[in-house]
Design a protein around this ligand. Structure first.
Ligand SMILES: [Ca+2]
Ligand SMILES: [Ca+2]
Ligand SMILES: [Ca+2]
Length: 182
């Protein structure tokens, strides 16, 4: 595995302003840069018509996280959101191994439904708008570690980093939920 976090730790201004890393300003201190590039938003799909299904058998929106660092990172207390006022706390909590991916369903399940004890995978309390919106990833201290604003997406089209953990975002060749981007 390439040490991808090194290749994107030079904090030159991103050419694509749809991508930003709020905690690592150009010339920012090295520690926050390295930490911020541990776990990142890596790919997302906002209109799942013929792709993978959740453990509930439904085709839902999803977001892929990726640990581009060389250390395992505990995601306890981390949150994901399409609305900074209502962050969704990542549950079940878990540790992401170096190079690993984590898929989060964005289907806003009805948690008051008595049948909802069948949720074994992470299911966020929001959905992804295929017309595009902004997604924020925050760590256990509530610090923003990554954010992305994605454009309008066609059905089954995903938006991701062509190089996992790299700076640039683009329409992917094909969706790769839980695997290296294409
Ligand atoms: Ca959607
Ligand atoms: Ca949304
Ligand atoms: Ca992927």
């Amino acid at each position: 595995m390439l040490p991808l976090f090194l290749s994107c730790s030079n904090a030159a201004a991103p050419a694509d302003d749809t991508w930003r890393l709020d905690t690592a300003p150009p010339g920012g201190d090295t520690d926050s840069t390295v930490r911020a590039e541990g776990v990142v938003l890596n790919e997302l799909l906002a209109d799942n018509q013929s792709g993978i299904t959740s453990e509930l058998g439904a085709r839902e929106d999803w977001i892929e996280l990726h640990n581009s660092s060389s250390e395992a990172i505990d995601l306890t207390g981390w949150s994901l959101s399409d609305d900074a006022e209502e962050p969704w706390r990542l549950t079940p909590s878990q540790t992401l191994e170096p190079g690993a991916f984590l898929l989060i369903w964005c289907d806003d399940p009805d948690r008051d439904d008595p049948d909802r004890d069948d949720l074994t995978d992470p299911h966020a309390s929001f959905k992804l708008d295929r017309d595009g919106e902004s997604i924020v990833l925050q760590d256990g201290q509530g610090e923003t570690v990554d954010a992305v604003t994605y454009p309008m997406l066609a059905p089954d089209q995903s938006w991701g980093r062509p190089l996992d953990g790299g700076q640039e975002w683009a329409y992917t060749v094909e969706p790769t939920p839980g695997a290296n981007n294409l």
